[in-house]
Design a protein around this ligand. Sequence first.
Ligand code: PHE
Length: 389
Amino acid sequence: MQALKDGLLMNIFTRYILVPFLLATAGPFVLPASAQDIVVGEFASLTGSEATFGVNSSNGVELAKEEINNAGGLLGGRKIKIVMEDDQSKPGQPSAAVKKLVASDNAIAIVGEIASSRSLEAAPICQNAKIPMISPGSTNPSVTEKGDYIFRVCFIDPFQGTVMAKFALDNLHAKKIAILQDVKSDYSKGLAQFFKEYFTSHGGQIVTDLSYTGGGTDKDFRAQLTKIKTGQPDAIFIPGYYTEAGLIAKQARSLGIKVPLLGGDGWDSPKLTEIGGAALDGCYFSTHFSVQDKNPKVQDFVKKYQAKFHALPDGMAPLGYDAMMILGQAINTAGSTDGTKIRDALASVKDYPGVTGNITIDEKRNAKKAAVVLEVKGSKANFVASVPP
Ligand code: PHE
């Protein structure tokens, strides 16, 4: 009887005193993950010059994780736990972040990054550790060439460069183009090159080709723009990120440059028009997704995203969502959290109906998908065309 009483007291003590005390003092953030949880690491630029890339892609990842967990989790009821590292949009941070995620957090897979240079920096760490890495938005071809554990759910820049060069030639009837590229970005340098190759081999001419230092370093582009103006281009291709693109647009207009400015997916940010304002009206960029797409899958995503984050999604958000969804599916297909088995499952993804289009992982671990071209008007980016792969 005494033993029973002691047991009961112990039980009451544990349930009503010890556990609440531990919860209150430790706080929810340092509670250890349940042994059952599946830990997925994510690295993204939550702060710094490309902060909207990281914030919006991780919103997409979060939405997918919630849906998977609410539907019962993976591998027969295990929940996904995301461990997030902010790389601050800075070189050097991605490798530190991914080393930590792999070595200390025991992440079984990594989602990230958006910017190609940061994916390129972290990919060898995942490859060596045999931990699959899946990039939502890095479009430079060399990212997935880092090894057979490195995947992406987006198209690559030889395609994107062709899309914009063709658009300049066929839709804008541009014959002479000036290029202003970011020397600090593998994405920018690659996209400039692929654009140039198609444009010049189809009758166009690059009249001026200049550069700047991105990542929030250069803020004054008037010296380059003054030179560009003397070349009298029909349009200017600026394959950089939104912070610089917005400033370049403003300064171009202040120097009396009136021709359309063209960009790639690096322009896709709600901050673009906050920075560039009316200077961007009548400018075009290519990206992965349009909120104006009538496809029910897209509209359903837009609704869910708005309900949770009280904002319209840009291209990054559905890419993050698709990346996490495909990873979840691959973990289930693998039937295991083993890196090599997940890699094999990712490599065999076929016709997955993503928000950003149908995703088939090809033999180079890339996804062949359509691109959209958007036109900036006011604070909006309006759908102009969809270009199949
Ligand atoms: N494609 C860009 C890069 O490789 C990143 C990006 C993806 C930006 C999607 C916007 C939207 O660096």
